[in-house]
Design a protein around this ligand. Structure first.
Ligand SMILES: C[S@@+](CC[C@H](N)C(=O)[O-])C[C@H]1O[C@@H](n2cnc3c(N)ncnc32)[C@H](O)[C@@H]1O
Length: 478
């Protein structure tokens, strides 16, 4: 009770309050005005865990410099002795938990399982007063998170039950509650935040008790960015006293039907934001459209019987030919294994192999989808990254150029993804000697990124300094 009051006071001091509105349940509201770019709050995770294949310090999430592996479990990485020392009270018990599993089982311990183990260890350490609790750093805030256990598919819950058994094996706590562990897996599934790096690539997952109170909108008024594992919430639009905060949980460049399916599958709600409500069936189909393959026709195929019909028939918007979904199924079946291969090479950081696979994915995607579809854009985004990673700047720029209008069409003006796209485009134009084009895009990037990431974020600060130097006519450091 005292903790609840302290928690409310903490929020009030930040200009925030929680109200319950059904069906959303808890919602985070502003109790004062905020201007775009203003930091609303910063939060450390209650627990977090790296998920990427690259080694990462499990305390501070840094990956630069030589990392050290814990000699005992051979799983946890640290950037140095200081982080290892600071993490020791927790990791000592985690290390012991890992060693309770046979070697062959240790390889099956996923980051989610390790996160759960850490969650229970942290609760125990706080209960035993080995580490302190504060109003914003205690297990009761995790208890308050929504679980959606009874909305989840039976197979998903069954998988969590198996994982909970592994957690039980690892912890060997006398009063371990298996049911609570299953619930916590459900909570992680719909509350954990993906911790992203500046390229929006996932580094890890974390449970952030306050940030996870914020609901979703496809037209968000706030944005979350990460400084290491520290989550920073910024206002994206002017927020007035009494407004609810919304962030985006998903990729907003996807068409409405896809966004709604994603939200329903993972978070179990129907989004009724303004963007979803003004959804236009045909516009949405164009974004996801298959292309007409009749002669030189460049029309797109419209679903004749409705999106969810079993025997889909498509009609070309231009030439009016009707086709069944059989041919599309064949082409999609060809695409799927290529995508799996590409993803796996990318995850293994085998960029040269990933590049050649994704070139084939692009070909197959263009054979199936209309060039303006979002599927083509997604493949080209990945290809741009891969060309950059493999040092082919000219090809990266060509590919990046093909996606600029798609980003502008599909994303909100203030979206960080749009800001990062402009930044990449500007830097690539600069590298290819197109100064005027480059400065145009870098200025557009700066206008967005100063709001989403803040002017002190290292690469944004550097961008602003270089743009100022350019304006003054001096040599910049681009
Ligand atoms: C990360 S939690 C957000 C906080 C949550 N409202 C609570 O009470 O704990 C995610 C869950 O909030 C609900 N939610 C989030 N955004 C929503 C929205 N726009 N409309 C309805 N429910 C929403 C869904 O139940 C979703 O699974």
């Amino acid at each position: 009770m005292e903790d609840d009051l302290e928690f409310q006071r903490f929020l009030e001091a930040k200009g925030l309050t929680i109200n319950t509105i059904l069906p959303k349940r808890r919602c985070l509201f502003a109790t004062r005005d905020f201007i775009p770019g203003e930091v609303i709050m910063r939060e450390e995770p209650y627990v977090c865990m790296p998920t990427c294949s690259e080694p990462l310090c499990q305390r501070c999430f840094k990956s630069d410099g030589a990392l050290l592996k814990c000699a005992s479990c051979n799983i946890a990485w640290y950037c140095g002795a200081e982080c290892q020392r600071l993490d020791w009270k927790l990791h000592k018990l985690e290390c012991r938990a890992i060693s309770r599993l046979e070697k062959k089982w240790q390889e099956l311990v996923t980051p989610e399982i390790r996160l759960l183990v850490k969650l229970f260890i942290r609760r125990k350490l706080q209960c035993d007063k080995v580490i302190p609790t504060t109003p914003i750093d205690n297990y009761s805030l995790v208890e308050a998170m929504i679980a959606h256990r009874y909305n989840m598919e039976a197979e998903k819950v069954a998988a969590f039950e198996m994982k909970a058994e592994i957690v039980k094996q690892m912890l060997q706590q006398p009063r371990f509650n298996l049911d609570e562990a299953v619930n916590n897996f459900c909570k992680v599934s719909c509350n954990a935040l993906a911790i992203l790096d500046i390229d929006m690539e996932q580094l890890g997952i974390g449970l952030y008790p306050v940030m996870s109170i914020i609901n979703h909108s496809c037209l968000p008024n706030a944005v979350l960015v990460f400084e290491g594992k520290l989550a920073v919430l910024r206002a994206l639009l002017p927020v007035e006293k009494g407004d609810e905060y919304f962030v985006s949980y998903i990729d907003l460049s996807r068409p409405t039907r896809h966004r709604q399916n994603d939200l329903n599958a993972k978070y179990h709600f129907l989004c009724l934001c303004h963007r979803c409500r003004k959804f236009d069936e045909i516009d949405d189909q164009i974004l996801d459209a298959l292309k007409c393959k009749h002669g030189k026709c460049d029309g797109f195929l419209v679903d004749k019987d409705g999106f969810y019909s079993r025997d889909q028939k498509f009609e070309c918007s231009k030439c009016g030919r009707v086709r069944t979904s059989k041919t599309e199924k064949k082409a999609k079946d060809k695409l799927e294994p290529l995508l799996v291969k590409g993803r796996s090479h990318f995850a293994d950081r085998n960029f040269q192999e990933a590049l050649s696979t994704y070139k084939r994915v692009e070909e197959a995607t263009l054979d199936l989808y209309h060039p303006s579809s979002f599927s083509v854009m997604i493949v080209r985004n990945l290809l741009t990254k891969l060309y950059m990673k493999t040092g082919d700047i000219k090809a990266a720029l060509e590919c990046c150029r093909l996606t600029t209008s798609g980003h502008e069409r599909l994303l909100q003006r203030e979206d960080p993804v749009l800001g990062l796209h402009y930044y990449a485009r500007g830097m690539l134009e600069w590298a290819e000697g197109n100064k005027e084009e480059s400065l145009n895009y870098l200025n557009k990037a700066a206008n967005i990124l100063r709001i989403t990431h803040g002017t002190n974020f290292p690469f944004v600060e550097e961008l602003l300094i270089n743009l100022a130097k350019e304006q003054e006519g001096g040599p910049s450091g681009f």
